[in-house]
Design a protein around this ligand. Structure first.
Ligand code: ADP
Ligand code: MG
Length: 703
């Protein structure tokens, strides 16, 4: 609620923005487009940055390459015609000098943006071209009085805006006017939504104080406190949502109880051609502990490429199977599903487990047969792709769902398989090693097991970054290895299967290589657009050694296993992501011989050099993903929407990771004492979750 200072008329925070003085119907519409519908949401429309004396550089003190902000007056502006392309030029001056600001794009828009004499703030990178200049600076108009008070301790908030908002007068200055009216003329009376103990413990300002300070900071110190409060708040509710979600899944009672681990697991174990690593043994126990409890398992198994996740999953599935239940194993590609099917069949048949494969490309007759097996329960371990989530797939008694390479699936697909069972146990596996703070958020609702050990490698992996002109030498080396019985992968970038040009390039390269350099060898081409039977045959021939070189797109990135392949040449390696390169390289180094991974560089940039160096210097997936995260930022690293949680407004999942850990601890503590958030003092948390987070909590039933 906010209270008018003079006449004590109260306005509810839920009041629609169009009823606020200062917001007409036009402004209301554009605000709604950016998700602001009521007063409360408006107050949470935070500045993107702030301007104050300490952040402004006098024009005379600018240095080339600095990122700087200047504040001054528009002196002149004009369109400059050149032979190549024209540009819009604005001259800004302060007491110390003049600076050119240049726009090559949006000229028709820019020539309406300022009037001569306007006060502006411009931010950008200082460049030198006939004098100092900014190209496409970030700009904000200031009021005359704002300008004159900047020399005092005044801090001016700069608000995010869009072209639409600007058209209706809501540029940064427009927002300041609006907030000046709302906060300046009314007394804010928002209800506190964080527990008082937390505010005290972390010295956070209360909600009303924080709202004022984030829009009208008295000092940098007060501003920091307000920002910290809202970051904490955001992270706290995010973590609360994740913990509640995790709890609620686990509160689901099973319809059955396993009384023992069953006979099968021992039999399989005895027949294994290798000893399990300690990590594998530990993780099998962690999973078994979950499986035998009367609550549903919701566990993430994280393990680097080659750490042996599949066998762990299989051993656990045998527990379910020996009690007469079914297990579904879903993989992201047909190649991987087929490989799992083939490998698991080898170890299943001797102990009498019936494995079935269900993928998209099967003939109707085969498919009908398999669907019948699944429905009758004859198929005990069902391996498949997302074909498993189709409506026609009906399980008889599905008690365990395993999702391989989980990051390849969206939440929806994950939930769809789960729905095929009656509160089945869920094990999701990923080879993408996720930095702890990220996994806490992405998988905050799950228990985590880590395979932190890779079975002893017999051969080494050597990684080389090679310029394209060295390719002949690489090919010579490859030929030598092939003659000694080795096999190789040559990988072309085809990040999205729909990119026709990339596919064309891969096909041409394949044709050229097989008719020239490698004409004495057997080559095959593999890409995602091929029919599944064809892919299957090629993989089979590659594994059996009939094919020497597999020329492929990134379809082999996940999981493909041929221990005899010891060479991998990755073309245009600078176009791949770090995690992707790591996954690809994981296809070699699986057998006796030493392996070589050649990263062919075609276009060098500073970042590509840095990135390829990371791959060269380590084979540890965790280190690589930390670097990837640093180089790309979390937004690109993981799409938050895919993982089913809201976009952050003020908190940064990486920069604020410490705060996130604290927020998570607080959330857990509260839930420990009050799992359903029914106590009076927690009711507000409950109502915020239900109100703002319900779309992210599909299965939640504890609130
Ligand atoms: P990932 O964790 O990448 O999915 P896989 O499950 O495909 O790894 O295992 C990689 C290879 O290592 C497979 O050929 C598998 O048979 C083998 N493997 C698994 N566990 C062990 C072990 N404890 N010792 C030796 N080899 C193992
Ligand atoms: Mg795997």
């Amino acid at each position: 609620m906010i209270r008018k200072k003079e006449n004590n008329k109260n306005i509810d925070l839920k009041t629609s923005i169009q009823h606020l003085a200062g917001v007409g119907p036009k402004k209301a519409t554009v605000l709604q487009n950016v998700g602001v519908t009521n007063l409360q949401e408006l107050l949470y429309y935070f500045p993107r940055r702030y301007l104050d004396r300490s952040t402004i550089t006098p024009i005379a003190k600018l240095k080339v390459d600095d990122n700087a902000t200047i504040v001054g007056k528009i002196i002149s502006q004009n369109y400059v015609k050149t032979r190549k392309r024209g540009y819009y030029q604005v001259l800004v001056g302060d007491d110390s000098g003049h600076l050119k600001c240049v726009w090559f794009h949006g000229v028709s828009y820019m020539n309406k943006a300022f009037k001569n004499g306007d006060m502006v703030a411009m931010s950008g990178k200082v460049e030198f071209f006939n004098g100092y200049q900014f190209i496409h600076p970030d700009y904000d108009s200031l009021e005359k009085d704002e300008y004159s008070t900047l020399n005092t301790a005044r801090i001016i908030p700069l608000y995010p805006s869009t072209a639409d908002l600007k058209k209706k007068g809501l540029d940064s200055r427009g927002f300041r006017r609006l907030f000046g009216k709302i906060i300046g003329e009314n007394e804010i009376l928002a209800t506190e939504i964080l527990p008082v103990e937390i505010l005290k413990k972390f010295s956070l300002p209360n909600i009303n104080e924080a709202i004022i300070q984030i829009h009208f900071p008295d000092s940098m110190e007060k501003l920091k406190e307000a920002q910290k409060r809202f970051k904490f708040e955001e992270l706290f509710f995010l973590q609360m949502m994740l913990c509640v979600k995790g709890k609620s899944i686990k509160l689901n009672k099973k319809r059955f109880i396993y009384d023992s681990a069953g006979e099968l697991i021992k039999k399989i174990y005895e027949k294994l051609p290798f000893e399990l690593t300690d990590a594998q043994k530990r993780v099998v126990h962690e999973i078994w502990d979950d499986m035998k409890s009367d609550r549903v398992m919701n566990r993430l198994l994280q393990g680097d490429v080659g750490s042996g996740k599949t066998i762990v999953a299989f051993l656990c599935s045998s527990i379910a199977i020996s009690h007469g239940f079914q297990t579904a194993l879903m993989a992201p590609t047909e190649i991987l599903a087929e490989q799992h099917y083939r490998n698991l069949k080898k170890i299943s048949e001797p102990v009498g487990i019936k494995v079935s494969l269900l993928i998209g490309g099967q003939k109707a007759k085969v498919r009908q047969e398999i669907l019948k097996e699944i429905e009758s329960g004859k198929a005990e371990l069902v391996v498949g792709t997302h074909a498993l989530i189709q409506e026609s797939v009906v399980f008889n008694k599905l008690s365990l769902v395993i999702i391989d390479e989980q990051h390849r699936f969206g939440v929806i697909q994950r939930n769809e398989v789960i729905k095929k069972g009656l509160h089945p146990d869920v094990l999701v596996m990923t080879a993408t090693p996720i930095p702890r703070t990220m996994s806490m958020t992405l998988y905050g609702d799950m228990d985590v097991s880590v395979l932190d050990q890779v079975p002893a490698r017999r051969g080494k992996i050597i990684t080389k970054v090679v310029d394209k002109i060295k390719l002949p030498a690489v090919y010579d080396y490859t030929k030598k290895q092939l003659k000694e019985g080795g096999q190789a992968y040559i990988v072309y970038p085809l990040i999205q299967e729909s990119e026709k040009m990339d596919l064309q390039a891969a096909i041409q390269a394949y044709e050229k290589l097989s008719s020239t350099v490698f004409k004495d060898f057997n080559l095959a081409l593999l890409h995602g657009a091929m029919k599944s039977e064809e892919k299957d045959k090629i993989m089979h021939d590659f594994r059996s050694g009939t094919i020497d070189i597999l020329v492929s797109t990134t379809v082999i990135e996940v999981g493909v296993d041929n221990p005899n392949a010891s060479i991998m040449i990755i073309e245009n390696s600078e176009r791949f992501g770090l995690t992707q390169l790591h996954q690809l390289r994981g296809r070699i180094g699986r057998g006796e011989r030493d392996s070589v991974c050649v990263l062919v560089e075609r276009k060098k940039t500073n970042t590509s050099i840095r990135r390829l160096n990371v791959i060269k210097s380590t084979i540890n997936g965790f280190d690589i993903s930390e670097e990837d995260l640093k180089l790309r930022g979390p937004g690109e690293f993981y799409s938050t929407r895919q993982h089913g949680f809201p976009k952050m407004k003020i908190a940064d999942l990486i920069a604020d990771r410490e705060l996130m850990i604290e927020a998570r601890e607080e959330a857990q503590n509260i839930l420990k004492l009050d799992p359903h958030l029914r106590r009076d003092k927690n009711k507000i948390i409950r109502s915020i979750l239900l109100e703002n987070y319900s779309e992210y909590m599909e299965f939640v039933n504890v609130l």
